[in-house]
Each structure stands twice: as structure tokens, then as C-alpha cells.
Design a protein around this ligand. Structure first.
Ligand SMILES: Nc1ncnc2c1ncn2[C@@H]1O[C@H](COP(=O)(O)OP(=O)(O)O)[C@@H](O)[C@H]1O
Ligand SMILES: [Mg+2]
Length: 428
């Protein structure tokens, strides 16, 4: 008996009885007092309105509702309890056995249906105990469900976070390269030469005419200065380009992180997008701003209409595709490589295709779909996140990402297929 009664932990157990017949209240109170295993505290109210008030304001372990309650029925109360999201078990009591009421009691969420005339202490105690047991099990199931949901939410967040880190990592590398490039340019700046010339001129302040016309060093100064001018302008241009790349990449980073904060794959903020600019930025992120010697880059952006789309998601995909192409070509050294980038808005109606094709190691036919699964990588240091996160990003842009390769050693082609959404705003 210990195990059975242990479920009734609250002592005394708070019960609300809603019963319009005072005699029946005394009978039930009497029956409950005969239960040896548990002590009960019985609150009694006789009408529906008082009952709803008590249900809301008191914390009962169980409700006993009489079926007949003037204008209402006990079933109305059961429904009321469930409507206010109260999960306390309800037991319906009735004067006579009625199968129809019994069925409806079950349907409306009552735990049990008891006939008052047949009630015994043991029967009522068992009914209450079973109701509490079911209630407890139900509660545990709900808690477990909540925990599961929370865990899967956390896992989802973790997945997004890992993808964000991967994409942030891709861009950070390029930012680092730009910063180093700018530092090197500043270190080797021609401004030191200007200082040297200035002190030479100062030293000949008294005989400048003679210095510029007769002195071998002085004679060189004007032509040296115009050469210096050209070099400084060139240096400035390079620095400006690096800083522009750096600023654009920082902006891209900001958006990747913002998308993570919104806890989505991307925020899908649509804006006019010049796809060729994104291709160039993705190229710069992977190869830097300096011309490439190992790889020739072929661009075909002739049929590239501007579209309305999420710039940062497209960029993130292109960065991954070009990065993989670069790795694949580097893994096949000793031959001249070619990276072909194509944007084509004419091939398929209402679609724009962005194609990244390389002359690298290629992909075995049996791996062409597998490469998109999270964590799949054939590289020693690979994380297998690039294509997975890119495919998800493509999906959220109502697009798709596909891989083609004739086979191992034959190069690979990736096609990002995006909806063509024209930019009316740009035309006006
Ligand atoms: N351009 C490509 N050429 C050949 N194989 C590729 C290419 N792009 C992707 N792959 C294959 O797909 C795998 C998964 O790519 P990805 O998801 O970017 O992860 P990772 O680059 O970390 O390996 C790579 O390890 C490689 O085997
Ligand atoms: Mg990759």
C-alpha cells in the first residue's frame, strides 16, 4: 500500500467539491474521512460562479464536480478548468449511472465518472489516487517534452553559431591580409624620401639657384620629385583599394553576426544587388586584391541583371564556392589553373544562375550529393560546413545550389540558381 499512497504527497490533500445538495456534501465528507491512507481537506461550494472563482484563486490537488448544478453541469466546469489551462484532475459525480454522461465526461477531459449512490471510501480513494498518478505522469511527460524542445532549440542555435563562426572565419582571414598589406605599404612609404629632400634643400637655402643648376644631386631633385609624385599616388590608390575591401568585408561581417543574433540562417533583407560586385568581393576575400599568377580568372558577367535579394547571404555562398575551388586547384599543383565565374540571367526564365567552375581535383559521382551534408569533408583540416551552410542559405533565398563534375581530376562546377526579382527602384 505504501507505493500506492505515496503518490498523494500533499497532506492534507486539498479538494474542491462543487455540489448543490448539502446532504450529498456531508455524505462525501464522511466517505473521505473513512479513507485511512490519506487525510483530505474538503472545500465545498454549491454553485457554478463561486466554483469558477475558487478554481482560479485556490490551488487544489483535485476537483470533484457534481453533474447537476442548477443552470450548469459539472461538464461545464470541467470544460472551464481546461479552458483556463488548469491541469488539475477533475472527477465527475452523478446521482445515477448514465453511460452518455460518462462518455461525455471522458471527452471533456474529466479523469473519472463516479455514481454517488455506489460510492465507497476505497473506490473514491482509488479514483483520486489514479487521477493524481495520471496527472503526475502527464506533467512529467510535458516537462520532458519542454526539455526536448529546449534542447533542440539549443542545438539549432549551436548549428547556426558554428556556421556563423565558419563564415566569419573566411572573411576575417581576408581582413587580416588587407590590414597587413596596408601596414606594409605605410612602412615602405615614400614620405621618408620627402624628408631627405627637404633637408637637402634647407642645407642649400643660401645658394638654391646654384644647387638646382650646378650640383649633381640638386639637378636630380625636380625629376625625382615628379617620379615620387607618381609613386605616392600609386601607393595611395592601392591603400584606398585595400581600405575599401576592408570596409566592405567588415560590413559583411556585421551582417553575418546580426543574422546570428536574429537566430536565423539569414535575415533575408532584400535590397538591390549587383551580382558582379558580389563575385568580385568574394574573389577578393579569397585571393586578395593583388593580381593572381597561379590561377587565371575568367569572368563572364555580360548577362547579369541587378536583382532584389539578400546581398550578404549570396556573398557568403560565393565566398564558400570560390574558397572550395581555390582549395581544389591548389590540391592539384604543377599545372596552370583556370577559375571561371559566370552570371547568366538568360538561360532559364525568371532565374539567374551564378556559376563557379574550377580545374581542380573534381568530385567522384557518388559524392555529388554527400558533399552538402553537414560535417562532410575530404580535407585534412576541413570542417565540412561551407556547402551545408551555403545550401541552407540558397534555400532561404528561394534558390538552390548544385554540384557537377565529370569525375575525379576533372574539375568541378557549382551553380547557384536564384529567383530573378527585378529592381524597379533602380530603373526610376
Ligand atoms: N570545387 C570543389 N572541387 C572538388 N571538391 C569539392 C569542391 N567543393 C567542395 N568539394 C568537396 O566537398 C567537401 C565539402 O565542402 P565544404 O562543405 O566546403 O567543407 P570543407 O571545405 O571544410 O571540406 C570538400 O571537402 C570536398 O571534398
Ligand atoms: Mg569549404
Amino acid at each position: 500500500m505504501m507505493t500506492n499512497t505515496s503518490l498523494i504527497t500533499q497532506s492534507p490533500l486539498e479538494i474542491l467539491l462543487v455540489e448543490d445538495d448539502e446532504d450529498d456534501y456531508h455524505i462525501i465528507k464522511n466517505i473521505l474521512s473513512q479513507v485511512e491512507e490519506t487525510t483530505f481537506h474538503l472545500d465545498w461550494v454549491s454553485d457554478y460562479d463561486e466554483a469558477t472563482h475558487r478554481i482560479q484563486t485556490h490551488g487544489y490537488a483535485i476537483f470533484l464536480f457534481d453533474y447537476r448544478l442548477g443552470n450548469h453541469t459539472g461538464l461545464d466546469l470541467v470544460k472551464y478548468v481546461r479552458t483556463i489551462q488548469c491541469s488539475t484532475p477533475c472527477i465527475l459525480l452523478t446521482g445515477q449511472d448514465d453511460h452518455h454522461v460518462d462518455v461525455r465526461a471522458g471527452e471533456s477531459g474529466a479523469e473519472d465518472y463516479l455514481v454517488k449512490g455506489e460510492l465507497l471510501a476505497s473506490g473514491l480513494e482509488r479514483s483520486i489516487r489514479y487521477a493524481l498518478e495520471r496527472h503526475k505522469a502527464e506533467k512529467e511527460r510535458e516537462d520532458l517534452m519542454d526539455q526536448l524542445l529546449e534542447t533542440s532549440r539549443q542545438l539549432g542555435r549551436a548549428e547556426v553559431a558554428v556556421n556563423v563562426l565558419h563564415n566569419v572565419g573566411n572573411v576575417l582571414n581576408s581582413i587580416n591580409v588587407s590590414a597587413t598589406q596596408i601596414t606594409t605599404l605605410l612602412k615602405n612609404s615614400y614620405t621618408n624620401d620627402i624628408g631627405r629632400i627637404a633637408s637637402m634643400i634647407r642645407a642649400h637655402q643660401q645658394d638654391l639657384g646654384h644647387f638646382f643648376t650646378q650640383d649633381t644631386k640638386g639637378q636630380l631633385i625636380p625629376s625625382y620629385l615628379s617620379e615620387l609624385d607618381k609613386q605616392v599616388a600609386k601607393q595611395h590608390q592601392t591603400m584606398l583599394e585595400e581600405i575599401q575591401a576592408l570596409t566592405k568585408n567588415l560590413d559583411h561581417l556585421k551582417h553575418i553576426v546580426q543574422a546570428q543574433q536574429a537566430n536565423t540562417v539569414g535575415t533575408n533583407q532584400k535590397e538591390p544587388v549587383i551580382l558582379s560586385e558580389l563575385m568580385e568581393q568574394a574573389l577578393t576575400i579569397n585571393f586578395g586584391t593583388l593580381p593572381q599568377h597561379q590561377v587565371s580568372i575568367v569572368r563572364d558577367f555580360a548577362d547579369a541583371p541587378p536583382i532584389m535579394s539578400d546581398k550578404h547571404q549570396i556573398l557568403q555562398i560565393l565566398v564558400n564556392l570560390i574558397r572550395n575551388a581555390k582549395h581544389s586547384m591548389m590540391a592539384k599543383p604543377g599545372i596552370s589553373h583556370c577559375l571561371s565565374l559566370t552570371i547568366d540571367g538568360t538561360r532559364t526564365p525568371n532565374r539567374v544562375l551564378l556559376i563557379v567552375q574550377d580545374t581542380g581535383v573534381g568530385i567522384k559521382p557518388q559524392l555529388l550529393t554527400k558533399i552538402f551534408t553537414q560535417g562532410f569533408s575530404t580535407k585534412q583540416e576541413g570542417q565540412g560546413l561551407g556547402l551545408h551552410s551555403s545550401a541552407l542559405a540558397a534555400q532561404s533565398l528561394q534558390g538552390s545550389l548544385q554540384a557537377f563534375s565529370v569525375g575525379e581530376g576533372q574539375g568541378a562546377r557549382f551553380t547557384l540558381d536564384l529567383p530573378y526579382t527585378p529592381v524597379e527602384a533602380l530603373i526610376s
